[in-house]
Ligand binder design. Structure first.
Ligand SMILES: Cc1cc2nc3c(=O)[nH]c(=O)nc-3n(C[C@H](O)[C@H](O)[C@H](O)COP(=O)(O)OP(=O)(O)OC[C@H]3O[C@@H](n4cnc5c(N)ncnc54)[C@H](O)[C@@H]3O)c2cc1C
Length: 99
């Protein structure tokens, strides 16, 4: 195995971009992170989970306003457990340990 030339600490968007660049430049690169997979705040707690919730809010909002367009829905029944699963899904689907 080639000796490691670059060690990037932290696998968030900053870290994994740096690691990809170093590897693309031909440097033997290691990425160190306590999580099973890279992603950082963005994948696990920030951008992706928050956009999943924003999407659901947008669907509810559209459904509420649809009456004005001639389409009526009943009151929404929000299943919080399923909503939490959806919020975790983008990151959990990437949680397969790397080979
Ligand atoms: C609710 C929310 C929504 C957001 N939405 C957006 C958005 O829509 N668009 C956008 O561009 N940005 C968004 N952000 C911001 C985005 O998440 C951050 O800008 C981004 O995650 C910063 O990346 P980073 O690599 O600098 O740090 P982080 O993502 O914090 O990554 C740091 C990494 O370092 C690791 N680490 C920590 N300590 C150690 C250690 N001692 N040794 C090794 N590894 C360590 C952590 O496990 C983590 O993986 C959002 C943030 C939040 C909180």
């Amino acid at each position: 195995m080639a000796p490691t030339q670059v060690v990037v600490v932290g696998g968030g968007p900053g870290g994994y971009a740096a690691a990809f660049l170093a590897a693309d430049l031909g440097l033997s690169t290691a990425l160190v992170d306590p999580e099973v997979n890279p992603g950082g705040v963005c994948v696990y707690r920030g951008c992706i989970p928050s956009k999943a919730l924003l999407h659901v809010a947008e669907v509810l909002n559209q459904a509420r306003h649809a009456k004005a367009w001639g389409v009526e829905f009943g009151e929404p029944n929000v299943n919080l457990a399923k909503l939490r699963d959806l919020k975790a899904a983008p990151s959990s689907s990437t949680r397969t340990p790397c080979a």
